[in-house]
Design a protein around this ligand. Structure first.
Ligand code: NAP
Length: 273
């Protein structure tokens, strides 16, 4: 069995919809005729982005009391929320640090984690655990955007990427989902490339792009390293909920080689071990 019979009437909740991958996920779902609800803490931003094309549920990932209304009638959850790997204003410190304080935070990852309201531990582990607990028990799929490197935190470049615990946090988020008993798909992209450029990193500075010329490679066991188009991550999220071969699978996704005229997601998912 490959393509699952998915009625486009099924309601999909997108978490992190205002982010780079999230915006593309919403676009792809709407293109395919799905009903979309988003969980966002910023209704004005979401309204501007999506007009009235999606249902907006107001919620903060750190406040599970805001989740129940967002979960009503949901068949699928696609979670592409995240924060930066290194301390930044997106970690939401109580007071914006001055230069000396930033230096102290960069020298002391534990202090940085403790002082931040929106650290990886809080967004990628705690919030994901909260979401899993609030999800309807008859959910058809929980799709989570994780990261390449979660099983290689001792190897370069992941040892650097994990200096402030982002890969530890993603791995614990993955475990919470797997242990929940809910049907899941966990997608581990490489370094994100292609817009919307929402990261604070070199790819954003360079506006790095695949120009739509690279193929999609999936792998298991966390062995792939490379860059991944946000467009293909979003497509993988949406295609996976329509395909039973991707259920209870954890896979890496990178761009490599020449791009065929059409990405054959069914074949890619069927080859996952
Ligand atoms: N950057 C990379 O190279 C890379 C590599 C591998 C994996 N990833 C992962 O890929 C995913 C997508 O990345 P991206 O660059 O598209 O993400 P992004 O643009 O940074 O988007 C993050 C999303 O999470 C939301 N969010 C953060 N904290 C929240 C909170 N407390 N309550 C509610 N929403 C919150 C943001 O909402 P607001 O708009 O309200 O801030 C935004 O919608 C992330 O999970 C990231 O960790 C990234």
């Amino acid at each position: 069995m490959t393509s699952a019979q998915v009625s486009v009437e099924n309601l999909v909740l997108v978490v992190g919809a205002t982010g780079g991958v999230g915006q593309l996920v919403v676009g792809k779902l709407l293109e395919k005729g799905f009903k979309v609800r988003i969980l966002t803490r910023n209704a004005a931003k979401a309204q501007k982005m999506f007009d009235d094309k999606v249902e907006i549920a107001i919620g903060d990932l750190h406040d599970p009391a805001t989740f129940p209304a967002a979960m009503v009638g949901v068949s699928y959850i696609i979670c592409c929320s995240g924060t930066t790997a290194f301390p930044s204003t997106r970690w939401e410190f109580e007071q914006t640090p001055n230069l000396i304080e930033w230096i102290k935070l960069f020298l002391n990852p534990e202090l940085a984690q403790t002082k931040a309201k929106n650290s990886p531990a809080k967004v990628d582990t705690q919030a994901v655990t909260n979401l899993v607990q609030a999800a309807p028990r008859n959910l058809k799929r929980f799709v989570f955007v994780s990261s390449c490197g979660v099983l290689r935190k001792d190897k370069f470049p992941y040892s650097i990427l994990n200096a402030f615990g982002v890969l530890d946090a993603k791995q614990k988020g993955e475990e919470a989902i797997i242990n929940s008993g809910l049907p899941y798909t966990i997608i581990r992209p490489g370094r994100l490339i292609d817009g919307p450029y929402t990261s604070y990193d070199l790819n954003t500075l360079l506006k790095a792009t695949t120009e739509g010329k690279l193929g999609v490679v999936l792998g298991t066991g966390d062995k792939l390293t490379g860059q991944t188009s946000r467009i293909d991550v979003a497509a993988a999220c949406v295609e996976s909920i329509q395909n039973s071969d991707s259920e209870r699978k954890v896979f890496e996704i990178i761009n490599q080689g020449a791009r065929p005229s059409m990405i054959n997601w069914e074949k890619l998912f069927s080859e996952l071990s």
